[in-house]
Design a protein around this ligand. Sequence first.
Ligand SMILES: [Zn+2]
Ligand SMILES: [Zn+2]
Ligand SMILES: [Zn+2]
Length: 188
Amino acid sequence: MPLFRLTCKRCGASRIALRLDRCTNCGKYVCVNCFTNQNGVNLCLDCYAVLAKNYQNRVLTSWDNVCPICKTRGQLQVTHFLMYRPQKTVMDPTGRVQLGQEYYGNITYTLELSCGFCGNNVNGETVGAISAATKAEQAGRYEDAARDYERLGYLDKAKALREMGKTTIVKHQYVDINHLLEQIRQGN
Ligand SMILES: [Zn+2]
Ligand SMILES: [Zn+2]
Ligand SMILES: [Zn+2]
């Protein structure tokens, strides 16, 4: 009686008692070389690659592939990409809550973007800083604007704004002195 051979649906490897795992995305049974259980994802390598690419493209498209900070197109790059399922927590013997071995729920993603042109990370903090800087500049709060631009690496812009701030202050003083002189003259 012939022994039952098992075949990987991805690479075609075939032998008796071949270990096969089921991809939770496409349902294919694949061999260990064609499978990843990193961070509890349980995927065949094809699905892993497709899901990773899709998510990254989705995020890049959400920015229209334009850096929200320097507005340069096509320079956004993915840094620190992670795909995982959440881990169940367990209580250790001393009653402390720790991450367990078991994963559950949907595949989750974390991703960081950076801009190859201005060198900034694109995240809530930097996007907030550029929008705050723009608003501050429009409102004439030059020192506030300069501080945000400086944080984002725009030293020239920050310097120019500080110069502008100084000029404005000097101008005010000039006006005030004139006004003072006028008052003195009127007093005479
Ligand atoms: Zn395989
Ligand atoms: Zn798959
Ligand atoms: Zn940029």
